[in-house]
Design a protein around this ligand. Structure first.
Ligand code: OAK
Length: 830
C-alpha cells in the first residue's frame, strides 16, 4: 500500500515520525503545548483540572504511538487474535495506571511538581470510567491489562454508554440514584474513529429466494442505526504493547429529515434521531439479575453486529479461506450477553458469504467459547421469541434451525427421551416461547468455563448437567478468576509495593506474582514486620481521612477495620453482617467497664450499590445506616464500635478501601458466589478474610493455609436440604438471631415497620439464603477474629503470609490458561 507515495514522501514521513524521547523535560514541553493548544489556556488560568487534562493528553500521545506500533506488528505477523466480547468494562481511572505501566510516574511527577502542581491532586481530578456493574465488568478490565502485559494479540469489544453505573447518594439513610454523565468534560482516554462506522439493521422482513436447487434468505427493510467506533488504548506493564478496546456508540443513519421538518413534523424528525442515540445511552444497572427490556436486547444485537462486522472485515483483509477463520479468530463470550454473536456469524457466513449451513456451523462452533459467571436462576438470560422475531426476523429463523439440527443429534443420542430433549432445547416451550441464551451459548461454543473450582463443578452438576451428559465432560473447564497486581497492589498500595520490591530486591513480582512466596522468609524479621504494620497503619489513616470527608465520622485507625464492599445482594448477605453488628453492639452494651476493657475496638465498613429496582437490597442499605446512626452516637460503648456506610462505591474508592482492611467479609450462601474477585484483592493487600466455603474463597484457603483465614458456615452440598427444611418443617431460629430480630422489631433502630419486609425474608420468605443456619458459626468465627487480632505479632505474620501466597490469583495466570487451553494464541511482542 506504500507504493502510492513517492520515495521522498515516505522518507519525510519516516523522519518526522521518530518517537520523541520521553523524560521530564519533553513531558513539560508537551504539557505546556497541550495547555496552550488543546485546552486553549495559558499560565494565567491553569487549574488542577486543566493540569490533569494536559498531563492526560501528554500520556495519551505516547499511548497512541504504542497503540499504532502494536496494531502494525499484529497486522504484519497476522497471528491468531482473541476478541473479548463484554457488555461491561469497569476500567476506573486511567492516568495513574498508564503512568505506572509506562514507567513514567516518577519523571512526570517531578515534571508537574516543577510546574507548580502535585501529582496526587492531578490524579484526583479524573472521573471513573464506570461502564460496568461489578465483578464481571471489573474482571474484563483486569483481563485486558493482562492481555496487554503478556503481549497477546487481543481486542476488547464493548459499548460506549453515555451514562455509566449510576452515582449513589445516601439521603436519610436510603440510596438515591443520580445519572453518571462521565463524558461531561472531554475524555482523553478514547480516540473517536469517525471513519469506522457500521450499519446495524433492526426489524424488517425476510425474503426466501430459490435459485435452482438452492434457497437463500434476504433480510430487508426495517430501521438502520449506525455504530461509530471509539477506541480505548490499554497499555501493558513494562512492555511496549498497547492493545485496544473498541466501544460502539449509536447514532442515527440519516442526519436529519428535513422533508419532515419542513412539513411541520418537527418533533418526529428529531425523535428518530434521538431514538437511535438512545440505544447506547445507558448501562443497565443490574448485577446478577436479568431484566427483559427490549432496549437491552437491542443494545446487545447492536454491539454484537458491529463487532462481528469489524472482526470479519479484518479477517477478510488477509484473503484466506473461510475454513481458516477459527485458526485466525477466537471469540470469548463474557457471559451470555453477547450470545447473539453465534447467530450473527452463522447468518453472515450463510446469507452473505454463501457458505453451506454445515460448513458455516463448523466454523462458528470452532470460533466461540463461553464463560458462565453465575448459577443464580434470576440471572439466566432468556428472551421472548416474539420480541426477537420483531427485532431480528432472520435471526429467529436461524435460531430455530440451529435448534432443530441440534435436537436431531440429541435425539440420536437419547432416542425417545422427550424430557431430555425439552431440557436441552434452546427454546423454552412456554407461552410465549423463550430463547435460552445459555443453551445457545453452549451449543455454539467449543468450550464452556466456570470461574472458580467449586463454581465450575456446580455448573456441571446443576444448570448444565444435561449438556455434560450429551457432550461429555471435556467441553467444560475451570478457569479460576484473577486480578491484575499492577492496579490492585502497585497502584492502589504504593507503600506496600515499595516495601515488597525493596525486600525482594526486584520488581519482577509484578509480572510473576508467584515470586511473592519469598516474602515468607521475612516473617521472622522483626524490623520487616514493623514496617509491614506501618504500611497497613498508614493506609488505615488514609481511609479514616476519606471517611471523615465523605460521611463526617471520626474513626480510630488503631481499631480493627472490618470491611464488606461489593454489590448489595441478598445472596452476598450484607444483611447477616449488619445483624451480627447489632449482636455485637448489644453484647458490648451489656458489659461492665471491666469487661469492656477486653474488647477489640472495631470499625465495620460497608459499601456497595443496590440495583435501583431491588427493594430488599435497598432496605439493607437503610438498615445499615439506621444502625450506624444509633451506634455511632452512643457514648456508652466508648468508641468500641463504629459503623460506616461509604457512599458511591466504585473502582477508585475500592483502591482506597482495600489496602486499609484488617479483615474483609465474603460471606455468600455456599454455592451462590461464582468466584468473587475482591476476596483476592483484599488478601493480596495483606488483609485477612472471613468467608464462607464458596467461590474462590476455597482456593484462597488452599493457598494461604488454615491459620490465615477464618472460614465458617454450611457447605454447598448441604444447601438443598437446609432449604427443604425451612420450606417444610418448623426450623427453630438461632437464639442470638432471634434476639437481634426482636431488637429491631422493638424499634431500637427507628420505626420497626420500615424493616418488616426485610425481616420477613427470614420468616415467611423461608430464609432462602440461610442466614439463620449460618448465624451461630458466623458469630463464633467473629470471636476468633477478635482473639487473633489481640495477638499482634501473630496477626502480622498471618498478614504477611496472605500476600506471600497469592501468586495463583494474578489475572496473568488466568489469561495464560485461557490463551493456551481455549484460544490457541501466542504472544506477539512489540
Ligand atoms: C453479572 C451479570 C450477569 C451474570 C453474572 C454477573 C456477574 O457479575 N457475576 C460475577 O462475576 C464475577 C467475575 O467472574 C464473579 O467473581 C462473581 O462471583 C459473579 O457474581
Amino acid at each position: 500500500e506504500l507504493s502510492k507515495w513517492r520515495p521522498e514522501v515516505i522518507e519525510l514521513w519516516e523522519k518526522c515520525s521518530v518517537p520523541e524521547t520521553i523524560n521530564k523535560e519533553t513531558f513539560q514541553k508537551s504539557f505546556i503545548r497541550h495547555v496552550n493548544t488543546t485546552l486553549a489556556r495559558s499560565i494565567y488560568n491553569v487549574d488542577n483540572f486543566s493540569a490533569y487534562q494536559a498531563t492526560a493528553h501528554a500520556v495519551r500521545d505516547r499511548l497512541i504511538q504504542r497503540w499504532n506500533e502494536t496494531q502494525q506488528i499484529h497486522t504484519e505477523r497476522d497471528q491468531k487474535r482473541v476478541y473479548y466480547l463484554s457488555l461491561e468494562f469497569l476500567l476506573g481511572r486511567s492516568l495513574d495506571n498508564a503512568l505506572l505501566n509506562l514507567g513514567l510516574k516518577d519523571s512526570f511527577g517531578e515534571g508537574v511538581k516543577e510546574l507548580g502542581f502535585k501529582m496526587e491532586d492531578i490524579l484526583d481530578q479524573e472521573v471513573d470510567a464506570a461502564l460496568g456493574n461489578g465483578g464481571l465488568g471489573r474482571l474484563a478490565a483486569c483481563y485486558m491489562d493482562s492481555l496487554a502485559t503478556l503481549c497477546y494479540p487481543a481486542w476488547g469489544y464493548g459499548v460506549r454508554y453515555t451514562y455509566g453505573i449510576f452515582q449513589q447518594k445516601i439521603v436519610d439513610g436510603y440510596q438515591d440514584e443520580f445519572p453518571d454523565y462521565w463524558l461531561n468534560f472531554d475524555n482523553p482516554w478514547e480516540l473517536p474513529r469517525v471513519d469506522i462506522v457500521v450499519d446495524v439493521q433492526f426489524g424488517g422482513h425476510v425474503n426466501k429466494i430459490t435459485e435452482g436447487d438452492k434457497v437463500r434468505h434476504e433480510w430487508i427493510g426495517g430501521e438502520t442505526v449506525q455504530a461509530v467506533a471509539y477506541d480505548v488504548p490499554i497499555p501493558g506493564y513494562g512492555v511496549k504493547n498497547c492493545i485496544n478496546i473498541r466501544l460502539w456508540n449509536s447514532k442515527p443513519r440519516r442526519k436529519f429529515d428535513f422533508g419532515k421538518f419542513n412539513a411541520g413534523e418537527y418533533d418526529q424528525a428529531v425523535q428518530e434521531q434521538m431514538k437511535a442515540e438512545f440505544l447506547t445511552a445507558v448501562l443497565y444497572p443490574n448485577d446478577n439479575h436479568m431484566v427483559g427490556k427490549e432496549l437491552r436486547l437491542k443494545q446487545q444485537y447492536f454491539w454484537v453486529a458491529a463487532s462481528l462486522h469489524d472482526i470479519v472485515r479484518r479477517f477478510k483483509k488477509s484473503q484466506r479461506d473461510w475454513n481458516e477463520f477459527p485458526d485466525q479468530v477466537a471469540i470469548q463470550l463474557n457471559d451470555t450477553h453477547p450470545a447473539l454473536a453465534i447467530v450473527e456469524l452463522q447468518r453472515i457466513l450463510v446469507d452473505e458469504e454463501r457458505l453451506d449451513w454445515d460448513a458455516a456451523w463448523d466454523i462458528v462452533t470452532h470460533t466461540f467459547a463461553f464463560t458462565n459467571h453465575t448459577v443464580l436462576p434470576e440471572a439466566m438470560e432468556k428472551w421472548p421469541v416474539p420480541m426477537i422475531s420483531q427485532l431480528l426476523p432472520r435471526h429467529i429463523q436461524i435460531i430455530f434451525d440451529l435448534n432443530l439440527f441440534f435436537l436431531q443429534r440429541v435425539e440420536k443420542f437419547a432416542p425417545g427421551d422427550r424430557d431430555f430433549l425439552a431440557r436441552l432445547s434452546i427454546i423454552e416451550e412456554s407461552t410465549p416461547q423463550y430463547v435460552r441464551m445459555a443453551h445457545l451459548a453452549i451449543v455454539g461454543s467449543h468450550r464452556v468455563n466456570g470461574v472458580a473450582k467449586l463454581h465450575s463443578k456446580l455448573i456441571k452438576e446443576t444448570i448444565f448437567k444435561d449438556f455434560v451428559k450429551y457432550y461429555g465432560p471435556d467441553k467444560f473447564e475451570n478457569k479460576t478468576n484473577g486480578i491484575t497486581p499492577r492496579r490492585w497492589l502497585h497502584q492502589a498500595n504504593p507503600k506496600l509495593s515499595e516495601l515488597i520490591t525493596e525486600t525482594l530486591g526486584h520488581k519482577d513480582w509484578l509480572k510473576d506474582l508467584t515470586l511473592l512466596k519469598k516474602l515468607e522468609e521475612s516473617v521472622h524479621d522483626k524490623e520487616f514486620r514493623r514496617r509491614w504494620m506501618a504500611v497497613k497503619h498508614s493506609n488505615k489513616v488514609r481511609l479514616a481521612e476519606y471517611i471523615r470527608d465523605v460521611v463526617d465520622v471520626d474513626v480510630n485507625p488503631n481499631a480493627l477495620f472490618d470491611v464488606q464492599v461489593k454489590r448489595i445482594h441478598e445472596y452476598k448477605r450484607q444483611f447477616m453482617n449488619i445483624l451480627g453488628v447489632i449482636h455485637r453492639y448489644n453484647t458490648i452494651k451489656s458489659m461492665s467497664p471491666e469487661q469492656m476493657r477486653d474488647v477489640v475496638p472495631r470499625v465495620v465498613i460497608f459499601g456497595g450499590k443496590a440495583a435501583p429496582g431491588y427493594y430488599i437490597a435497598k432496605l439493607v442499605i437503610k438498615l445499615i445506616n439506621s444502625v450506624a446512626s444509633v451506634v455511632n452516637k452512643d457514648s456508652t460503648i466508648q468508641d468500641l464500635l463504629k459503623v460506616i456506610f461509604i457512599p458511591d462505591y466504585n473502582v477508585s474508592v475500592a483502591e482506597i478501601i482495600i489496602p486499609a482492611s484488617d479483615i474483609s467479609q465474603h460471606i455468600s450462601t455456599a454455592g451462590t458466589e461464582a468466584s468473587g474477585t475482591s476476596n483476592m484483592k483484599f488478601v493480596l493487600n495483606c488483609g485477612l478474610i472471613l468467608g464462607t466455603v464458596d467461590g474462590a474463597n476455597i482456593e484462597i484457603h488452599e493457598e494461604i493455609g488454615d491459620d490465615n483465614i477464618f472460614m465458617f458456615g454450611h457447605l454447598a452440598e448441604q444447601v438443598d436440604d437446609l432449604r427443604y427444611a425451612h420450606r417444610y418443617r418448623d426450623v427453630p431460629m438461632d437464639p442470638h438471631l432471634d434476639a437481634v430480630i426482636k431488637d429491631i422489631e422493638s424499634g431500637s433502630f427507628g420505626e420497626a415497620r420500615i424493616f418488616a419486609p426485610l425481616i420477613n425474608t427470614l420468616t415467611f420468605g423461608k430464609d432462602y439464603y440461610l442466614i439463620s443456619d449460618d448465624f451461630g458459626s458466623y458469630l463464633d468465627a467473629q470471636k476468633l477474629v477478635d482473639e487473633a487480632y489481640k495477638k499482634e505479632k501473630d496477626w502480622v505474620k498471618k498478614s504477611i503470609l496472605c500476600t506471600a501466597n497469592m501468586g495463583q490469583f494474578s489475572s496473568d495466570r488466568a489469561i495464560k490458561e485461557y490463551a493456551e487451553s481455549i484460544w490457541g494464541i501466542i504472544p506477539v511482542k512489540v
